[in-house]
Ligand binder design. Sequence first.
Ligand code: SAH
Ligand code: SF4
Ligand code: F3S
Length: 470
Amino acid sequence: METKTTVIAPEELQKQAEICGEIRARWAEAGRTPRAFVDTYGCQQNEADSERIRGYLSQMGYGFTDQEEEAQIIVLNTCAIREHAEQRVFGNVGALVHTKRAKPGQLICVCGCMAQEQHVADKIKQSFRHVDLVFGPHVLWKFPEFIHTLLTSRGRIFQIPDEAGSIAEGIPVVRQDKVKAWVSIMYGCNNFCSYCIVPYVRGRERSRKPEDILNEVRELVAEGYKDITLLGQNVNSYGKDLDEPMDFADLLEQVNAVPGDFLIRFMTSHPKDATQKLFETMARCEKVAPVLHLPFQAGNDRVLKVMNRKHTIEQYLDKIRALRALIPDIVLTSDVIVGFPGETTPEFEDTLKVLEEVRFDALFTFIYSPRVGTPAAKMDDPMSREEKLANFNRLVALQDSISEEKHAAYIGKTMRCLVDGESGDSRYPLSARTPGNRLVRLTGDPAVIGQFVQVKITDANKWSLFGEMA
Ligand code: SAH
Ligand code: SF4
Ligand code: F3S
């Protein structure tokens, strides 16, 4: 693998912009307004990438549709994190055979993390012959060039170079939301947790320059965005690779200094790199939302070691205590994997102890899924599926009761919430977020969408809070 990350030259991106212009002119000449369908799987990083794919498509003259059969081009931006995510994609790609048969000339593209896996690309090449284009995250910036080739010549394109990755500034963006926005601050991951595919498909850690990030934040605030999430697989190691190194806490401070009324969130943080300086910065910066997503994955030190997480559970708990001492009402969320190879039920029970000790506001729980090419996939995994599922259900039941209790404690409180959209619930038509990002279903008029309002919490269940404008 190429180990050095690169910055894509502005001239290269200019060339892509020119290709977009050529494609737009072709459609205009044909007197047609083509449509694109973009389907996104996986994490916020992929959502952010899809906004750039839409940006390029829009520059190429495409409008958007949510009906596959109307689209001249279909893009599936995929996720490789677990088997289930991959099966869904294969099912959906398979079904597109019929869509394409009914619409000759339709282009079908598969990109994202799954596309970067060689065995997936091989399978698509052999078994899904209706797919025209497969490209990995490293070459997303060349998307217009690929489309131009497909529109002007015959054949299929497979582009999944095995690189450390690059940074491309200035790709156009069409955002999906008017209130909340993603800002990638870095790409890739160096941690190689033994179960995880991300470092293999997303390349090495590389940080965007602070001035590029700050400019993007300023633009978003000027456009009226109220909730900005700084994204990276491990934001706490931001800046180590910059020509002038800085750390994530410094970046947070600088983003906080951008004038305007908006909230700053960030994810994901790795416990080994979450520092006292970060916690102090969070406590001091008034725009930084009082919430931290800090995955601990497993409650047992032996399991953590085999997972290559590089911290013990005591170190994790110490950090939580330090953070709570500074921000007592911090909202805490985490990720947990159940059924890692070799994890015994008593070891799993250590995970339950962590839940009881920390009392997270919410938890994202996963059953371990072997990923081709990762060290854990080669480990002995003697526990039966049934036993894993039984442990998983115990975990979910415990967290549900904690979430319910934590939510009940909000009843009667009044807090400043951001109304971020409609809820689809006729009794509580609006959806809002507390500063700590808990979901509130709200009565009121859609005119307040995009505004901060004082909300009185009137009811709660394990999933959400209910409220009215105070
Ligand atoms: N970079 C983030 C997480 C990215 S993936 C971090 O380090 O926290 C999101 C979550 O998916 C992980 O936190 C982990 O809990 C889960 N996950 C990753 N690989 C998995 C696998 N092979 N099987 C099951 N869950 C997995
Ligand atoms: Fe995967 Fe670990 Fe990197 Fe997160 S930190 S993306 S879990 S390897
Ligand atoms: Fe999935 Fe890739 Fe994100 S594997 S979780 S989309 S980084």
